[in-house]
Structures are given as C-alpha cells and as structure tokens.
Write a protein that binds this ligand. Structure first.
Ligand code: NG6
Ligand code: CA
Length: 514
C-alpha cells in the first residue's frame, strides 16, 4: 500500500463495501477508455462526417450512447488528462499546462487518481499510449536509463506502456513499467530541452535530412527523418518507428485485456492518433484521400475495431464499459507540412463549432464521446446532456462501488443518469479552459467566456482562440456557432454567469462534495 496514511481507512472501507455491497463479483464491468488525441467532434462519421468513414466507432456508438455535448476539461492535452485522471480542474493547480517531454510527474504520487479508484475495488489497472503528464521527480532531472521514479506505477497503474509526452516531443521511446523499452545500456539516452548535444543534427540545420518538414516549431532533434521538439541523443534501438505506433499500442492494449480477462480490469488506452507528426501505418497511408491526418483518423478507427473485436472474442463485450473520447478539439496544421490543410476539402474537423484545439470556443473542448456497456446501457441512444470528462471519476466510482476519499476529485460529480441516458440535462454548470487558461462557464443554453489575456487568433494553426479583454456571452441554443456575443444585451445573465464562475473558482460553490 502506498501513499498517504489518511487515505488508508477510506481504502479499507471501500474494500469492505465492495465485498459486501451490491457491486461485487461479476456484475462489475471491465472499463476501457479509448482516448484519442486532437480528434474533433466532426472528425468521425457517427457525428456527421461524410468525407471520412469510421465504421468501428459507429459500431461502438450503435451499441451504446453517443453524446453531442460532451466536453474535455481543457482545450489541450496535459490539463485535460490531469483533470480526467484526478477529478480536479487543472486550472486549480500550477504547472498543468502543455508538458515538455522532460517534465517531472505532474500528478504527484500522493494524489488519488482514476487508477487508484479502480485498484481500491480490486481491479487490475493499465495505461497504454500517450501519457503527457510528466515522469520522474523534477523537470530535466530524469535518468532515462534507469527506472523512472516516481512513475505511473506510483499513481495506481499496475501495468504501463507509454510515450512519455507526445509524438512530436523527445524522448521518442516507449516506457514500459517505468523503464525505457528496448534500451541498449551501451547507448544511453540523454534528453535536453535547453541545448543540443554536440554533433547531433537538427531539423533546423539539416532540412535535407527530413522526410516531413516543420511548418512551425518542431525543428530540433531528428528522429526517423522527422524533427521534433527538444533534443535527445542515444537510445537508437529504443526509438519508436512512427508508422508502427498505432499498431504497437493496439497490440499492447489487447495483450493487457487478454491477460486480465478473468478478473476485472481498467485500461486507459490513449492513442497518438491524430496528433502530429501524423505518420499512418502502411495499411492506412493514402487511404483517406485527405493526407496523413485523414489516414490517422482511419487508423484510430481501426484501433477501436481491434479492441472491440478482442473484447468480443474473449466474451467480454457484454460487461465491458468502453468509453471513447478525445483530449481536446481538432487542429489541421499543428506544426508540420503534412498536407492536412491542402487536402481538407469540405471536411469540418470541429463539426459546426467555432475554434478548435487551444480555443475557448466550442470546438476546443466539445469532443466526440461514446459510452457503451451493453449489459447496462440501452443501445442506440443519442444524448444532448451537458457532460464532462471531469465527472468520469465520481461516476465510475458509483459504477464499481468505490468510495472516493474525502477531498479527492473535488470537481468531479457523480452523473450516472446522464452518462447512461436517463437524465437528458446533465451538469448544471461546467467550467472549461483554453490554452491561455481563460475559463468558460457552460450552463444550459448559455456560455460565458471570462475576459482574459492572450491573442484572439493563432496564425500558425489558423484557430480563433476566444481570448478577449471583453466578457463574451453566447446563447448556444440559438447560436451554436458563437457568432453573436450578446453580453451587452443580457447584463443580468452575464452577471449570474460571471458570479457563478467566480464562486466555482474560489471554491465557494459545490466544494468539497465528499
Ligand atoms: C504545441 C505544439 C503542437 C502540439 C501542442 C501540444 C509547437 C509549435 N506546437 O506547443 O505541435 O505538440 O503543443 O498538443 O511546438 S497537445 O495535444 O499534446 O496538447
Ligand atoms: Ca491533444
């Protein structure tokens, strides 16, 4: 047993409750998250895309409930994942912005996590894929050639096979159970986010060595002919092959499921698709007609299909809750010249919504989301309820009969009726966060964007960020595309919304729940 002793009595209580409670034995579902990267609301055919066909995701949606108003907690990866895995809004905590590849572990070991929750009721827990929440103690102090401490096993994961940060950040290696996979000790890894290692070529100095060129940033160490963010040296045998990432992660995920098939498990499968650099496997290259971004959407769909097939093959499909979503909204050019812009055609990655990844507008956080659990959730449902990934923790605690310790997951709310389709309204209020840490409050048909700093528009990625010195108020029912700021027309609503947001920020509202 690890972590703080004040958690212990709660953990024991949870175990007792589980043994004697209603949710014991075979009723409890396995839980699998399939968490996409940068896949937007409109990127999937179940949400209306017509130029991209994602049949496996459609199959999942047909077997469960598809949400039209589900939100990631933030418009970028690290804060979204932080909030999803801890049940605490990331803006409450310093240092939860987009993490460097050598960031120290952002969720500290003493923090109660999603994995701890499942472990407290006897599940085996695994994480496969993009991590992006730091490893080791402090920024830049990791020794990548030894066991990384603290690592994800200190956060409750029994098994892990992860990319430390993102596909475009060094180190470009997989880390299995807190050690770099396939590392040759005679070729140690060094990583720096400050300076290059003498003699190592960079994309900036040697563009002729590149097979994919950066459009902005991404001009440092070259790995597999693609220049990245950050510098690394060594570890040649351990370097991932970009075109094999999806295959490898899918294989590791399925192996985990196979090994755990006889007892309850929780798997967090976080894909690299469709983050940059977009390098689809051979099977998908050129298949979408939309270049690598479209091909990676097909590859994501394939991963979903492989996981669903494995569950079916093992007879686990009925009583496994599969949750599919994305960490933030879509981006077309995110730093490489990969033809995503040129070949986009009529495809709308964010659906009808304004903005995209990084943005306070809807496309920033309104993401694809499906819950499928054939044994308990009626199939073929579509829900417009306001729901958020931040509630997965408190809701899943209800599903598996876990007791969240007092003070943990402070922003997470049990919303089982909304997630199963019985409650059509969902959350009364929800806070979302954009890349400049400007907050929005969603409530019913209204959306308020708090005034704040930062550019209104990011030219590199061609996305409106929603930052403004003026308060913004939109009626999402009448104006889902957030075209008309009605803040001056509705001063009363503006007042209520802004006060409510400040209450939530200050913890005067609804805190703590447990
Ligand atoms: C940005 C990167 C972008 C992407 C993003 C994180 C540049 C110019 N842009 O800083 O390519 O990596 O960070 O994306 O470096 S996320 O989905 O993991 O949040
Ligand atoms: Ca992302």
């Amino acid at each position: 047993m690890k972590k703080y002793s004040y958690l212990l009595p709660m953990t024991i209580m949870a175990t007792v409750a589980n043994v004697y409670g209603a949710n014991r034995g075979s009723d409890r579902p396995n839980v699998v998250f399939i968490y996409a990267d940068d896949i937007g609301y409109g990127d999937l055919s179940c949400n209306g895309a017509t130029t991209i066909h994602t049949p496996h995701v459609e199959r999942l949606a047909a077997n469960g409930i598809r949400f039209t108003n589900a939100h990631a907690a933030a418009a970028t990866s690290t804060p979204s994942r932080y909030a999803m895995l801890t049940g605490e809004y990331a803006w409450r905590r310093q240092g939860t912005g987009i993490a460097a590849g050598n960031a120290g572990m952002i969720i500290r070991p003493e923090r109660y996590t999603m994995a701890d929750l499942f472990k407290s009721v006897g599940y085996t827990t695994g994480v496969v894929g993009k991590w992006h929440l730091g490893l080791g103690d402090k920024q830049g102090t990791q020794n990548w050639n030894e066991t990384l401490t603290p690592g994800v096993r200190d956060l409750g994961f029994d098994y892990s096979y992860i990319m430390a940060a993102t596909g475009d950040r060094v180190p470009c290696v997989f880390v299995e159970n807190d050690r770099v996979d396939n590392l040759d000790p005679s070729d140690p890894i060094e990583v720096s986010y400050e300076a290059n290692f003498p003699g190592e070529p960079t994309g900036k100095e040697h563009p002729e060595m590149l097979r994919m060129h950066p459009s902005h940033g991404h001009d440092m160490t070259i790995v597999n002919g693609i220049s990245r963010i950050g510098y690394m040296k060594g570890g040649k045998k351990a370097l991932w092959k970009d075109e094999k990432i999806a295959e490898t992660l899918t294989e590791k995920a399925i192996r985990f499921i196979e090994q755990q098939k006889d007892k309850p498990f929780f798997l967090y499968l976080a894909t690299q698709d469709a983050h940059v650099p977009r390098v689809p496997g051979e099977q998908f290259a050129g298949k979408s007609g939309m270049g690598p971004r479209g091909d990676c959407l097909l590859e994501f769909d394939w991963t979903v299909g492989q996981v669903l097939d494995a569950l079916q093959r093992l007879g686990l499909d009925e009583n496994t809750l599969v949750i599919l979503s994305s960490d933030n909204g879509p981006v077309v050019d995110d730093g490489y010249k990969d033809q995503a812009v040129e070949l986009l055609g009529n495809h709308k990655p964010g659906g009808i919504y304004r903005g995209g990844k990084y943005s306070a507008y809807e496309a920033g956080t309104r993401v694809p989301c499906i819950w499928s659990w054939p044994a308990q959730i009626k199939s073929g449902q579509v829900s417009d309820a306001l729901v958020s990934q931040i509630d997965w923790m408190a809701t899943l605690a209800k599903v598996v009969g876990a007791d969240i310790p007092q003070g943990a997951a402070p922003d997470s709310r049990p919303q089982l009726d909304a997630w199963t389709g019985k409650d059509k309204i969902g959350r009364e209020t929800l806070v979302t966060q954009n890349a400049a840490n400007n907050l929005s409050l969603l409530s019913g048909e209204w959306k308020y964007i708090r005034p704040g700093g930062g550019a209104a528009y990011e030219y590199n990625v061609n996305i409106e960020l929603g930052n403004s010195k003026e308060p913004q108020l939109y009626n999402l029912k009448q104006d889902p595309q957030e075209k008309h700021n009605v803040a001056t027309q509705y001063p009363e609503i503006l007042k209520v919304m802004s006060e409510k947001l400040e209450d939530i920020v200050d913890g005067r509202y609804g805190l703590p729940l447990y």
